[in-house]
Design a protein. Structure first.
Length: 324
């Protein structure tokens, strides 16, 4: 596949260049050479610089020719899958990194010559991979990466270092600060391979964490479901036991009311018999004593019956509530 490697400042200019390629291809259509040019243009990738909301941050996008209609308009541009932050105080080294990754359409490259500026970028964007030089004026690369880890703990970190600094880099790897280090001067293809491996490692780690969290959530939901089911079974059992205990109690209350009524009837009959057998003055004294004690006795019995009835009703309601 042929790629149109053009340098464009804005997306509007990309559209204009795409239109010019389309017109030129149509004009040359007819000769064998023109047909070849047309096929090349139809399969070309039109590259452009599209600006993010922040004016200092840019993203390289590659737009397939098939995504551009007859009017030269870009129909769709997919978001990059990864974000790479490269930091080096040497502009030449930074430009080389840009050239290495400018054709990688799934990588959004963020570049900075200042560690402070790079930290600002890391706070704005969800960076997946950070590559930094070790020796910089504002802070060392390891100091910078330590601060990046606070902002983006999941981002992988790669250090560019000269040979005398390898012991420091190895120590940082052992401490978990670095994913790996690259010796300077580095080769473009080695850099590309390193970045691809790092991004794949990051993708697998993210996928692993996502699956673990999904499994944890499913497990917690299962446990909660089992707890609710067990609670339902326990509630049903308690409700059954309460109802079994309440039903005899209610029946006993009814029996008690009947028995108390019989006792009162017997008392009235006895009172009438006493009146027939004893002298009127003795009957009167006995009657007064009985009347004085009767209200207390009757009230006590009625209160007891009412209390038992209330308790039975409460237990019955509780049993129905637990069963439901």
């Amino acid at each position: 596949m042929v790629k149109g490697m053009i340098t464009i400042a804005t997306q509007q200019e990309a559209v204009a260049r795409a239109e010019s390629v389309r017109v030129s291809s149509a004009a040359t259509r007819g000769s064998g050479r023109g047909a070849t040019a047309t096929r090349a243009a139809a399969t070309a990738l039109v590259s452009a610089w599209a600006f993010f909301p922040h004016p200092m941050i840019q993203k390289r996008i590659s737009v397939p020719w098939a995504m551009i209609n007859d009017g030269g308009r870009i129909l769709a541009v997919s978001e990059p899958s990864y974000r790479l932050l490269v930091v080096d105080d040497e502009p030449l080294a930074l430009n080389l990194a840009k050239r290495v990754f400018e054709t990688e359409s799934d990588i959004a490259l963020h570049a900075a010559t200042s560690a402070v500026r790079a930290l600002e970028m890391a706070m704005i964007h969800d960076i997946d991979l950070v590559i930094t030089d070790q020796r910089m004026p504002e802070m060392t690369g390891l100091q910078f990466l330590a601060r990046v880890r606070e902002v983006r703990p999941r981002a992988l970190r790669v250090l560019l270092t000269a040979f005398p600094d390898t012991s420091v880099a190895l120590k940082a790897i052992n401490e978990g600060l670095l994913y790996r280090f690259i010796l300077k001067p580095w080769e473009p293809e080695d850099m590309r391979v390193t970045v691809r491996r790092a991004l794949e490692t990051k993708r697998l780690a993210d996928e692993h964490d996502r699956l673990v969290n999904q499994l944890k959530t499913s497990y917690e939901e299962l446990i909660q479901s089992e707890r609710m089911a067990a609670l339902g079974r326990l509630s049903a059992g308690i409700g059954h036991e309460l109802k079994t205990s309440v039903d005899p109690l209610i029946a006993r209350i009814a029996t008690l009311e009947v028995e108390v009524g019989r006792v009162l009837d017997a008392g009235r009959a006895a009172s009438r018999a006493i009146q027939k057998e004893f002298a009127p003055d003795e009957v009167e004294r006995l009657k007064e004593a009985t009347l004085r004690a009767a209200p207390d006795l009757a009230g006590s019995v009625e209160e007891s019956i009412a209390a038992v009835r209330t308790a039975g009703a409460q237990l019955e309601a509780l049993a129905r509530g637990v069963q439901s």
